[in-house]
Ligand binder design. Structure first.
Ligand code: G3P
Length: 196
């Protein structure tokens, strides 16, 4: 029991590590919190520092979701792994290292769901990529990823993962409230253009 509680704490700390901020500052001396969309995620790092560093951020943020959840499956099965996924994604969104002001959680959620239920991650992830390609807006793909996640989790996974993946999806949508407002006002920046 103690090991499981400790692992949950470590998962939150892993999720809290702001790879996007670290990569953008180390490679380009840019603080993504003060430029572009102000987000520390892969999209804003790609916008400000180029696609390669954006992809690197995406991979690191996904990995910090994948590894803790994959270990949690072995420690405690579906319910515990799902709670661990929420801890990782919650860490990314509300990081202790950045005064609880973090990112939107999509890359970390993709990594966590990949460990929870690979088919749900693949189907929701590919739908997200298709929506980004079709719309030109990462936020549109991200919102579709979140909207589809409870359904793909229910379809492909054990029921134990559905409540927590639904909570993660709801948090992702809530974190995109400014993007939703900008999309409705037609002010959202396409991912290819540099944000002002
Ligand atoms: O996952 C984040 C993405 O949907 C939006 O990022 O930087 O355009 O707010 P950004």
């Amino acid at each position: 029991m103690l090991a499981k509680i400790l692992w949950l704490g470590l998962a939150y700390l892993a999720g809290s590590f702001p790879f996007g901020l670290f990569i953008a500052q180390a490679a380009r001396g840019i603080d993504p919190r003060t430029a572009g969309s102000g987000n520390i995620g892969a999209t804003n790092v790609a916008r400000l520092c180029g696609t390669k560093l954006g992809v690197l951020t995406l991979a690191c943020d996904a990995l910090k979701g994948f590894v803790p959840v994959a270990v949690a499956w072995k420690l405690g099965g579906g319910w515990y792994a799902s709670l661990t996924a929420l801890a990782c994604v919650g860490g990314h969104m509300f990081p202790v290292f950045l005064h609880y002001k973090g990112g939107k959680g999509v890359a970390t959620a993709i990594g966590a769901v990949l460990a929870l239920c690979p088919w749900a991650a693949v189907v929701s992830g590919l739908s997200c990529a298709a929506l980004i390609a079709a719309s030109g807006f990462v936020s549109v793909g991200s919102l579709f990823f979140a909207a589809s996640l409870p359904f793909t989790a229910a379809w492909f996974g054990p029921w134990s993962i559905v409540p927590f993946t639904t909570a993660i999806a709801a948090l992702i949508v809530w974190k995109h409230k400014d993007n939703i407002r900008r999309l409705l006002a037609r002010e959202e920046k396409p991912w290819r253009k540099k944000a002002g």
